[in-house]
Design a protein around this ligand. Sequence first.
Ligand code: C2E
Ligand code: CA
Ligand code: CA
Length: 404
Amino acid sequence: METLDAEKRFTTGQVIMAQGEEGDCAYFIQDGRVAIHVTTANGERLDMGTRGEGSLIGEMAIVDNQPRSATIVAMEDCTLLRISKDDFARGVQAANPIVTLISQVILARYRDVLSRSETLGEYGPVGLLEEQEREYAMQSRIGDAIRMANEFKQAIAAGQLFLEYQPMLDLKSGNVVGMEALMRWQHPDRGRISPAEFIPMAEDSGLIVEATRWAMREACSALARVDAALPGIGPELFVSINISAPDFEDEHFFERFHEILQQMQTDPKRIHLEIIERVLIRQLSDVRLLLDRFREIGTSIAIDDFGTGYSSLSYLHRYPIDILKVDQSFIRDMTDDETSMRLVRSILTLGENMGMKIVAEGVETAAQAEILRDLDCDLAQGFHFARPMGETALIEYLKIGRND
Ligand code: C2E
Ligand code: CA
Ligand code: CA
């Protein structure tokens, strides 16, 4: 995350910040405990208590230009995450949710300090603040969010991310035609973390942009390895990559994508980008221009979770969209629920009329596959055919999965 520069370590007794000096950063205590004291105008030293793991210290320096109002010393060896004033300001402008959470804590604390102790400044009466702080931390869950974002940032560099691939099949021929790349995080202590947990955090913190670039590079190199292992099958396959809102908002998105493909010598036609509807609704003209550029180089655009987002379909004919992925909830309910069945049928008709391919997601049973085949649905993906799998398993699956 932009706002988290670096881990800083302080040893026992080391001064982290000194009263009166100019402060250019705040710290989040990742590990260890610190003691706070204030020296009054007549030279008297007042102990203001201690702070431990999960606390934010020195935060006033990143919201105003006042000198440090207290001295903070490491009571034991500490690991702090440095949050610089500049990054904080940039983050506020970008409305980064973690930054917003921090601002809430700061403002709540500031208001409290002002109302309860006008003389002692931000470090207030002993004890009182520590108690409130625990409350704030709990309320905002800011500690968890910051810690996880910081770990995720390191995870990208440390090679803890990997991709699994879920085959997508042509329903008529039964052949695998491509696969969706799904991101996985193997955390050193916590084991595998579900994308449902880390993707929203990565999106909120903006770290997804870096993760997506990593995924693109990795997916391209996997394509090359699959081609080498299966020269007869590989080159016909595409890989579908999930794109999030912050990726789309990055002004260099297309250039970076194109650059990666060139570096990896990947044919743009073999890449599909999956985007959820919500992202396409905003900034109509910009999105249109961007999508046109992808179309020019032959990269397909798929709308993910189609049917769950917006009732307005007007955007469909304004954008160059190639594929609709019918959300798994409709496929799941299709056999029992007439409404879902009708919806799937309508989406298939819509796709046909607009020249788009339809992918049915979350196909779990033979009965569902049969219905979809009868309805002339183009492609399908789901546990019935194959679960997401690692690259080696994918190559094995492709060897036996072809019907021709
Ligand atoms: P999604 O893009 O809709 O991906 C499909 C999800 O459905 C995957 O969950 C897949 O494992 C699961 N799935 C596939 N077939 C079936 C089935 O037959 N039944 C059921 N119940 N589930 C099935 P996964 O891998 O846990 O990913 C969850 C979500 O996380 C994805 O939903 C996507 O929104 C996000 N995600 C995963 N990888 C990435 C990534 O690289 N980038 C971004 N931006 N988002 C990702
Ligand atoms: Ca997807
Ligand atoms: Ca989906």
